[in-house]
Write a protein that binds this ligand. Structure first.
Ligand SMILES: *Cc1c(COP(=O)(O)O)cnc(C)c1O
Ligand SMILES: [Zn+2]
Length: 502
């Protein structure tokens, strides 16, 4: 819609101008640092950072209702920079001019109500929000759109040049980083570090296809992360891991979209998020908090973080009910089909602790919970979801397993509506589905395929090998008719079909 057709009270707010003043806030010593340079940890104490807006209160001067209208009307704009996560510009990267914003189609992923059968089976109303429908097929694109836009801004302002972007990844970060960096080529070059044999073939093909330098490192993700941290402290490189606080800002859009999709009514809602490096759950909580403080939503949804029992440091931390006695201890991970979340020492742990505390306080009650699920439950629920019309990855399966667990534990009430984060597309993780169906899941995963869920292709061939059509040897007309006849009869038999009367 053309700008002059929008209601008069919306027009001044429709197209955002750069505003506000962002700064890095250290979660360790509390020091503040300028966002005008690339920074990933506090130079004084090495702790992780969050980005805040010094003028956030300014945003609270508009009523929550007006913000809702602004975001609803912005849906009608055709300006690329405002079509993705920056529909919520003022809450994500208010200092960025629209020219610096990168848009590759990320965000506004569909929130799909679970099939009737599946909802009955689980016994609660729930949705999958399919973040696998982002350009590189995972939610990491939200954070990358934000991180790369911030780098583009620094380049445009001539504050940095010849950027070399690096990240460690359980697969999806590198796919997203390589995609967004290659769009800005030749301004940026990217290199990704992956744990050797710990990402799927699809995930490995993504950064290779985008032209990034790909380094495979023996070990697990946590080991790669240490190397990348060393690189980013010793050399002038831009770190694209979720240590980068811009990633968190971008991923907050997930919550903004949920709020908008429910027409801003967050009463009796819960959101389930799988936890790996814990950047995403930090962002999801922070997003809802920001909208709550601005009066855009008047209720904070319940948050349920899920971890596999093979990689559960956050769950373990919160097992201790007494806040004062909680101690964070990294765990050694064991093989997990939720491989993108297979992290024993999450870099965003300090963020989770700080934000969950604030979230509970703002909610006036405990509103953030953590559950642990088995590898078996992850696989079984992922397959069940997908056999009922969804496209969940293994981490999406982990969310559904987490919902079932949370409900059994009484953490979810029957009148609540739940949104599950399907963090990536099913096809990225089809290797695990394959292993399950072929009964070849290695023992350390502790998964036994349920025959009811197994699905394998059946080859249907003619009895006479001379009747097999091939590109080299075409069949005679009568032979081919025989082939068609025989194959269709065999399939009809397998499917228990009876012929219709002529
Ligand atoms: C990265 C990732 C996660 C874990 O998110 P964190 O922010 O690391 O906690 C979960 N699922 C998928 C598909 C991912 O790519
Ligand atoms: Zn510090």
């Amino acid at each position: 819609m053309k700008t002059d057709l929008f209601p008069e009270h919306i027009r001044p707010h429709l197209i955002p101008k750069p505003k506000g003043e962002l700064y890095y806030q250290c979660l360790g010593c509390g020091a503040q640092h300028s966002v005008e340079k690339l920074l990933y940890v506090c130079p004084e104490c090495n702790a992780v950072l969050m980005i805040h807006n010094r003028h956030q209160e300014e945003l609270h001067k508009l009523s929550g209702t007006l913000w809702q209208q602004i975001f609803d009307y912005r849906k009608m704009l055709k300006i690329p920079a405002l079509k993705g996560i920056y529909r919520y510009h003022e809450f994500i990267g208010p200092i960025l001019p629209l020219e610096s914003i990168l848009y590759l189609g990320e965000g506004h992923t569909p929130q799909i109500e679970a099939s009737e059968f599946l909802q009955e089976k689980v016994g609660i109303r729930f949705f999958y929000k399919n973040d696998g429908q982002n350009p590189s097929a995972s939610f990491k694109d939200r954070g990358m759109a934000s991180a790369l836009s911030s780098i583009k801004y620094l380049i445009d302002q001539k504050l940095v040049s010849d950027v070399i972007a690096v990240c460690a990844s359980t697969g999806d970060t590198s796919a997203a980083a390589a995609l967004y960096a290659s769009y800005l080529g030749p301004l940026i070059k990217s290199a990704v570090l992956l744990p050797h044999k710990k990402v799927t073939a699809q995930q490995l093909s993504q950064p290779l296809g985008s032209g990034a330098r790909v380094f495979e490192i023996p070990g697990v993700f946590d080991d790669c992360m240490k190397v990348v941290e060393q690189l980013s402290t010793r050399y002038p490189v831009a770190l694209l891991n979720s240590k980068n606080a811009w990633r968190i800002l971008g991923q907050e859009s997930y919550s903004y979209e949920i709020a908008q999709d429910f027409d801003w009514d967050m009463t009796h809602k819960a959101v389930v998020v799988p936890i790996g490096n814990a950047g995403n759950i930090s962002a999801v909580m922070n997003g809802f908090l920001k909208f709550f403080k601005a009066g855009i939503i008047d209720r904070l949804p319940k948050i349920i973080g899920v971890q596999s029992e093979h990689a559960d440091p956050v769950y373990q931390y919160y097992l201790e009910p007494d806040k004062a006695r909680r101690v964070f201890t990294p765990v050694d991970t064991r093989p997990s089909v939720a491989q993108a979340a297979m992290i024993g020492n999450p870099v965003s742990m300090p963020r989770v602790v700080a934000i969950a505390e604030e979230y509970n306080q703002a909610s006036g009650q405990n509103n953030v919970f953590f559950v642990q699920v088995t590898e078996q439950a992850i696989m079984d629920w992922q397959l069940t979801a997908n056999q009922n019309g969804h496209i969940a990855c293994t981490q999406g399966g982990e969310c559904l397993a987490g919902l079932v667990k949370a409900k059994a534990m009484g953490l979810i009430a029957l009148n609540e509506t739940v949104v599950l984060d399907a963090t990536a597309h099913a096809i990225k993780f089809s290797e695990f589905q394959d292993l399950y169906f072929k009964n070849r899941i290695p023992r350390p995963y502790h998964i036994v395929p349920d025959p009811e869920r197994v699905n394998l292709p059946e080859l249907v061939s003619p009895e006479n090998p001379d009747l097999i059509p091939s590109q080299e040897k075409r069949l005679e007309k009568s032979e081919f008719a025989q082939f068609v006849q025989e194959i269709s009869e065999k399939i009809a038999q397998k499917m228990d079909l009876t012929p219709v009367d002529p």
